[in-house]
Design a protein around this ligand. Structure first.
Ligand code: HEC
Ligand code: HEC
Length: 205
């Protein structure tokens, strides 16, 4: 009986935690202004500068995970690392994540014809000759990612940011990917392939 009660109270506590972790988008909108996130990521999460990632439409659990990565130093960035540290509570983080996730991402322009061909091939089928895995296997055929697995949405993301992220993984300076999932993909890519797939990803909707 005691065990049963304990189990029940633990599951209720977990359920309450999960409900809280879902976050409040309206509160998140206010916090994104107060904390200054919108100065770089845009009021609606579509950042004006292509080196600042779009957060609109991103999976909330991935957003929360990345803030943890900046805090822990698994990701380092002069602009972003200090900002992660000013997010005080789990509730603030959940609210911010819920707000940006609720916004609609705007896709960008296409690259050159050659980049679209090479980029699409890499995204859908990888490069079997050099062992580059197909991006679609984890990021989904439309680039929307898989929320529960923390595979981020990449569709419509700024090409210069995607390119930088892939170079960070390739250089091993971003180590936030579990089991080196992205580092082992990026390590096998040429600079031209990285530029092509980044241009391709930017126009995906
Ligand atoms: C001064 C500009 C700036 C401000 C202000 C800022 N960020 Fe960022 N943010 C960046 C940059 C630049 C990156 C990408 C860093 C990199 O290349 O690794 C980033 C990355 C992120 C990421 C990872 C996105 C991804 O796709 O992996 C999240 C999440 C994020 N910021 C949330 C926030 C939140 C929440 C706030 C407010 C508390 C905030 N940022 C404030 C510049 C900023
Ligand atoms: C085996 C699964 C897997 C494959 C294959 C894969 N990715 Fe990823 N990718 C991930 C995971 C997981 C992350 C999140 C890493 C983290 O938490 O920092 C990620 C992150 C990224 C990011 C950073 C997103 C952001 O907002 O910062 C980009 C860009 C990216 N992947 C592009 C690609 C491209 C392009 C390909 C194909 C050439 C590819 N990925 C193949 C699993 C994968």
């Amino acid at each position: 009986m005691k065990n049963w009660l304990l189990t029940l109270s633990v599951s209720l506590a977990l359920a309450a935690g999960a409900a809280q972790a879902a976050g409040n988008p309206a509160a998140g909108k206010e916090k994104s202004a107060t904390l200054g996130c919108i100065a770089c990521h845009g009021e609606d999460g579509n950042s004006p500068n292509p080196i600042w990632p779009k957060l609109a439409g991103q999976h909330p659990s991935y957003i929360a995970k990345q803030i943890g990565a900046f805090k822990a130093g698994d990701r380092k960035d002069d602009a972003m690392s200090p900002m992660a540290l000013i997010i005080g509570t789990d509730e603030d983080l959940a609210d911010l994540a819920a707000y940006f996730a609720s916004q609609k991402r705007q896709a960008g322009e296409a690259g050159t014809v050659e980049q679209m061909t090479v980029g699409q091939q890499l995204f859908r089928g990888g490069n079997p000759a050099t062992g580059v895995a197909a991006c679609a296997a984890c990021h989904g055929p439309a680039g929307a990612g898989i929320g529960p697995a923390n595979f981020p949405s990449v569709a419509g993301q700024h090409a210069p940011y995607v390119e930088k992220a892939l170079h960070d993984f390739k250089a091993g300076t971003r180590v936030s990917d579990p089991n080196q999932m992205m580092r082992s993909v990026a390590a096998k890519m040429t600079d031209a392939e990285i530029a092509a797939v980044a241009a391709y990803v930017q126009q995906m909707k």
